[in-house]
Unconditional design. Structure first.
Length: 334
């Protein structure tokens, strides 16, 4: 698929041929933005020549660029789009490789074998990093799963996608999404309106995720019928959640007592997912996070999975990953 020869400027260049011109146009992106992103990240130059791309640069960087281009092209051949976040994910995955020769084999495995996809009513959702892929598998394989890591790593988004997929295929009868109503010291009593008006701002990220996977009319019908419930954690007390897919989001803001209460709601035929970020605890000083307690107490129990994410798994703007890494590197940061 490629050959290498010495470039006049003293750097080697690799020719990569892509037989489908239409897919190559998508690979390059609008105004060649995907190529520009790869050039900037890997200090290479990429030139279009017909249905070939010429990659010029130092050997290691050039090889990484070729791996990224080939993986993205295989993605397009599989009928999946290439978005800026996909380019960023591929760049990070190839950069993490310590053995450059192993990268093409790894990319083939990622996109040809063991493909992980989540089907919803509106879109096909695909994990973009190894950690996300392992997380989604654990959600299908385990009745209780934890997703722990920084914001923007897809913990809640992928959990809701799996919940919708299990619901539309009849594996569960209900979807229940919950969060502690604790946000940066604010109190519900200071917000206007009735109880629904007060708690809805805290639940909005869960509504946003559902909107991505279900048509608006169907989603509203399911909410009206209470087949889908979005409610604060306090509303879970005294219930047994059977035949449901249950997600507790922002679990770092649940107290130890609340976490125990929630975990013991698990009923027959249900799946439960707990997501949280230990670096963003908004509980009052001296109050122990229930997420930390659960992690300490439950880690040795079979059929409970713990999945961890880092800044490398962030799928929002690339700057978000850089910001998280900067805070993680400073022991004095909040």
């Amino acid at each position: 698929m490629s050959n290498t020869e010495t470039a006049p400027v003293g750097l080697e260049e690799t020719f990569v041929e892509f037989p489908n011109n239409l897919l190559m146009v998508e690979l390059c992106g609008e105004f060649d933005r995907n190529l520009a992103a790869i050039e900037q990240a890997l200090t290479v130059q990429i030139v279009r020549r017909g249905n070939q791309l010429v990659v010029v640069g130092p050997t290691a960087e050039r090889d990484r660029a070729v791996d990224v281009l080939q993986a993205l092209y295989m993605r397009l051949e599989g009928g999946r789009p290439v978005e800026p976040a996909d380019v960023d994910a591929e760049l990070r995955m190839t950069t993490e490789q310590t053995d450059a020769a192993a990268a093409p084999e790894r990319q083939l495995e990622m996109f040809r074998g063991g493909k992980v996809e989540i089907k919803t009513r509106k879109k096909l959702v695909e994990p973009r990093t190894d950690a996300q892929r392992a997380y989604v598998k654990s959600l299908f394989d385990n009745e209780l799963a934890f997703g722990i890591g920084p914001a923007g790593t897809g913990k809640t988004y992928l959990a809701v996608a799996v919940g919708v997929s299990m619901f539309i295929t009849g594996q569960v009868d209900k979807i229940i999404l919950s969060r502690p109503a604790v946000e940066a010291g604010e109190r519900l009593g200071f917000l206007p309106g009735d109880m629904k008006d007060k708690v809805d701002p805290y639940m909005q990220p869960l509504y946003d995720a559902l909107n991505d996977f279900l048509p608006a009319k169907q989603m509203q019908k399911l909410l009206d019928e209470k087949t889908i419930e979005i409610a604060p954690l306090a509303f879970m007390r005294g219930r047994t959640l059977a035949n449901a897919f249950v997600v507790l989001d922002e679990a770092q803001n649940a107290t130890s007592m609340q976490m125990k209460m929630f975990l013991t709601r698990l009923g027959e035929g249900s799946r439960m997912v707990i997501t949280g970020d230990r670096s963003q605890i908004d509980l009052p000083r001296g109050v122990q996070s229930g997420l930390k307690d659960a992690e300490r107490l439950l880690k040795g129990i079979d059929k409970i999975s713990f999945n961890y994410f880092t800044a490398k798994d962030v799928v929002r703007h690339p700057l978000v990953a850089a910001i998280i890494e900067a805070y993680d590197a400073d022991p004095d940061a909040v």
